[in-house]
Structures are given as structure tokens and as C-alpha cells.
Ligand binder design. Structure first.
Ligand code: BG6
Length: 476
């Protein structure tokens, strides 16, 4: 009888994940244009869980552009742009076999609609990928991670315009041709399902410029999915060895009720979470979406050419995992017990068994290799007197998760990689601060970029190194 493996397979991708806008800094160097991330504000006066950057109106954008630069930590990140060699070396010091980061679209096409690519930006990523490869890490590249050129929002109202399909595919063609010999693994868009909370960063829509924001978001998402499909078609032509993946933020729910109505609601809710992946994996628009549009009075423009473009499908699936949700009897949405019990000041907890649940769910649905593109939890922390951050809580957290990934492999799930989020401290995506730290490496900056910028391995760095070097066998 065939047996499933009960350990990590050879060639398992042990990684770490970052995004350009959260670590590069150098927002006005190397010919880079302004991106949406450059106007993500750190709202010190709000409680941690309220420091979210949500929808954006033209008025708000105008106000933000006039504000003091100190309020925008993503502009400086951790200055990876000037430290990439030492950072990559230190990250590779953990034995990582892969590394996920994004290319900043605005470094390659500063305004998004430029005809010519910015050579200095292209050269920067040549060096970054060379350095990763030299240090034994296979690059996994997110093509768009909440950092589209700002001009595409102000001049076109973001992804609502179909012109973005051409701009994005031009960008893709450029980077596919340029990095064909260096990058094999591509994630087309970060977290395609977050449009309820991330509509500006991910879609670039200015809310006051549309009549029906809900409909505009779904049209924009449709355009993104068409662009992704078209890009896959172009990429396969350039290099048949490319592996394409789609990604969502795991926000699925299960029912915490004995009522069938709630169970049905959960199915419907999860369908919307899976929508982008269903398109990317199956190459067609799922029928439940037509019902959803009808029920919500939305008219989405879908052409015959769109249907041809989305017929280009992905090779693997991926997701970020920070939570598992439940729907209660009274129809309200909450977090699973494990997430609630481990919630931080920012309201984020974790659910390691929930990760195994999610991996099984993905594999059952898609039968494709799946990778954990992000996982972890942000903590507020400082070095002890010996200059080191002692973080047994992080070790415990990752131990619990890695055990559950191994269990999922034993369940028969084809898990190909595991990428802790922010293995080096970087600026938080949602709350734009440094003090929400995920890293195995401490970076000496505060929320206003005060500090030496010095990088120091935390206790967990040496633990993760052992895990990776033993291919997941030594979790002690
Ligand atoms: C994911 C994003 O949603 O969560 C990352 O893809 C982000 O960009 C990560 O950093 C953690 O979220 P945060 O807000 O704590 O940085």
C-alpha cells in the first residue's frame, strides 16, 4: 500500500518572504516613480489595531501628499536598497533554499504607462537576484505587491481602467525577458482576495471617482485576473520552464453553528475568498460569481478576449496564513479560538492547526502543488542587555506551524515550500510601523527611522537555521 511521506521531501523550499515596498526604501532613487505604498501613512495617534490604510479618496490623497515625509515609513523601509548584499548574506546564513520578494513596478516603469523601462531599476534587481542565487536561494518573485505606480491611480483610476491590462503585461514581458535565466517562480499578484480592505493599495481606485465602489472593485479585480492570465500566456512563450502561481490571503471561515443556513453562508463567503484562485487554476469564471453579481446588482464587463486570456492557468497555488475565521450562529464573523487566544495588540493571532486545515482545503480544491507564501506574527520587542532579542515565543510559534505543515504533507498534501513573513524586521504592511516585528533578524530602526539600522540575529535565527539545515527534522 502506498504511504504518504511523514517528513519534508528533498528539495522542499525553505524560504522567507518580503515585499519591495516594505524593505527597500530609496523611494526616490534609481529613477523610481512614486508608488501607492509611498503614501501609506503611519497613524501614531490611533490604537495599534486601528492603524489601517483603507479606501482612498482624491481629497485624502491630496492631503497625504502635502504631509511631512516622516509619516510614511515605507518610503525608507529598512534601506535594503543600500544593504541588499549584506542582508541577503545574513538571510542565506540560515540556510534558506529560496526567498520571496517583489519587484517594485514603479522602479521599472516609474509612471506605469511609460513606453521604455527604467534601466537602473532593472539593473538593481539583476544584482539582487544574482546575489540570492550566489547565496543558494531560489528567487520566488511577486510581480505586484501593493506598490503600483501612483500615476496609474491618479491618471487612470487604477485597475478600473482596462488600459492597466496593457501596462501590467508590458511590465511582465519586460521582467520575464530580463530575468528569464534567474527567476523561475512567479506570483502574479499579492493576495487577490483582499479587495474589501485593500482596495487602494491593491487596485488603485480613488473612491470618489466611481459611482458604485463595490462594482468598481469587482470590475478592477476582473481586469487584474485578465491581465494575470495574459501575462502567463506571454511568460510561457518566453520561458516554458517558468512556474506561475496565484496567491490569496487566507481569510476563509468555517461554521461555528449547527444551522444549515450558516453552513451555506460559509460556503458562499469562502467562494468569494477563492474567486481569484478559482479563475487562475481553472481558467474560467466560476458560475457562483454570476449569481453573486446578480444578487448584488453589479454589471461587470467581460469580453470574449477576456475569457481567452484567463484560460491561461497557473502551476501552483499559495496563500498567506495569519488567521482562521468562523461564522457564528448570529451570522457574525469572528476568528477561530486559537487566533483569539493568541491575539496581539494589533489584534492578530495565529492558528497552527488552522494552517494544516488550510493546506488540506487547498489541495482538495485544486490538486496543485501549494506553498505557504507567508506565515508568522508581529511582536513588539527589543534587544536584552546582551544586545540580542531572545524570542522563545517566535520559536514556539514556528515550531507549531512547521509541525502542522509536516502533518499536512503526511495527509498527502503536495506542499512545496514554507516562507515565514518578514524574516528580517521590516515596515508593517497594514499599520506602517517598524515596531510590529516578524523577523529572525532585528533591525535597529524605530517607527520614524531613528536608529543605526544595524542588523542582529535574534535567538530564533539560530533555531530556524537548524530547522532548515535538517530539512525540518530538528525542531528542538
Ligand atoms: C500580508 C501582506 O497580508 O501580511 C504583507 O502580504 C504583510 O505585505 C503581512 O506585511 C503582515 O501584515 P502586517 O500588516 O502585520 O505587516
Amino acid at each position: 500500500m502506498k504511504k504518504n511521506p511523514d517528513s519534508f521531501p528533498d528539495g522542499f523550499l525553505w524560504g522567507g518572504a518580503t515585499a519591495a515596498n516594505q524593505w527597500e526604501g530609496a523611494w526616490q532613487e534609481g529613477g523610481k516613480g512614486m508608488s501607492v505604498a509611498d503614501i501609506n501613512e503611519f497613524k501614531a495617534d490611533l490604537a495599534p489595531e486601528e492603524r489601517i490604510n483603507g479606501e482612498m479618496s482624491s481629497k485624502n490623497l491630496e492631503l497625504l501628499l502635502a504631509k511631512d515625509g516622516n509619516r510614511f515609513p515605507k518610503r525608507r523601509g529598512i534601506d535594503f536598497y543600500h544593504h541588499f548584499r549584506e542582508d541577503i548574506k545574513m538571510l542565506a546564513g540560515m540556510g534558506l533554499t529560496s526567498f520571496r520578494t517583489s519587484i517594485s513596478w514603479a522602479r521599472i516603469f516609474p509612471n506605469g504607462d511609460d513606453v521604455e523601462a527604467n534601466e537602473e531599476g532593472l539593473r538593481f534587481y539583476d544584482e539582487v537576484f544574482d546575489e540570492m542565487i550566489k547565496n543558494g536561494m531560489e528567487p520566488l518573485v511577486t510581480i505586484s505587491h501593493y506598490e503600483m505606480p501612483l500615476n496609474l491611480c491618479t491618471s487612470y483610476n487604477g485597475w478600473l481602467s482596462r488600459e492597466l491590462i496593457d501596462f501590467y503585461t508590458r511590465y511582465c514581458k519586460t521582467i520575464f525577458e530580463r530575468y528569464s535565466g534567474k527567476v523561475r517562480y512567479w506570483i502574479l499578484m499579492n493576495q487577490v482576495n483582499c479587495i474589501d480592505v485593500e482596495s487602494f493599495n491593491t487596485l488603485g481606485i480613488l473612491s470618489d471617482r466611481v459611482e458604485n465602489l463595490e462594482e468598481a472593485k469587482y470590475q478592477a479585480l476582473h481586469n487584474q485576473l485578465v491581465a494575470s492570465g495574459r501575462a502567463i500566456g506571454i511568460g510561457r512563450h518566453i520561458n516554458p520552464d517558468f512556474k506561475f502561481g496565484c496567491m490569496l490571503s487566507y481569510r476563509n471561515a468555517f461554521s461555528a453553528s449547527d444551522r444549515s443556513e450558516i453552513a451555506l453562508e460559509v460556503v458562499k463567503y469562502n467562494q468569494i475568498q477563492f474567486y481569484g484562485l478559482d479563475v487562475a487554476v481553472r481558467g474560467e469564471i466560476p458560475s457562483y460569481m454570476y449569481r453573486y453579481y446578480e444578487d448584488h446588482g453589479m454589471e461587470i464587463a467581460i469580453s470574449d478576449q477576456d475569457l481567452k486570456d484567463i484560460a491561461n492557468t497557473v502551476d501552483f497555488t499559495s496563500f498567506s496564513h495569519y488567521r482562521n475565521r468562523v461564522v457564528y450562529d448570529d451570522e457574525s464573523l469572528g476568528e477561530s479560538r486559537a487566533v483569539r487566544e493568541t491575539a496581539s495588540a494589533w489584534g492578530w493571532g495565529y492558528d497552527a492547526v488552522g494552517l494544516r486545515y488550510a493546506l488540506n482545503e487547498f489541495y482538495e480544491r485544486y490538486h496543485l502543488p501549494v506553498l505557504v507564501a507567508e506565515n508568522g506574527k508581529g511582536f513588539k520587542e527589543e534587544p536584552s542587555e546582551d544586545g540580542i532579542v531572545h524570542d522563545p515565543y517566535r520559536i514556539e510559534l514556528f515550531r507549531e506551524h512547521i509541525v502542522q505543515v509536516r502533518e499536512a504533507i503526511h495527509d498527502g498534501v503536495d506542499v512545496i515550500g514554507y516562507y515565514p513573513w518578514g524574516p528580517i524586521d521590516l515596515v508593517s504592511c497594514s499599520s506602517c510601523e517598524m515596531e510590529k516585528r516578524y523577523g529572525f533578524i532585528y533591525v535597529d530602526y524605530d517607527n520614524y527611522h531613528n536608529g543605526t539600522g544595524k542588523r542582529t540575529p535574534k535567538e530564533s535565527y539560530y533555531w530556524y537555521k537548524k530547522v532548515v539545515e535538517s530539512n525540518g527534522a530538528d525542531l528542538e
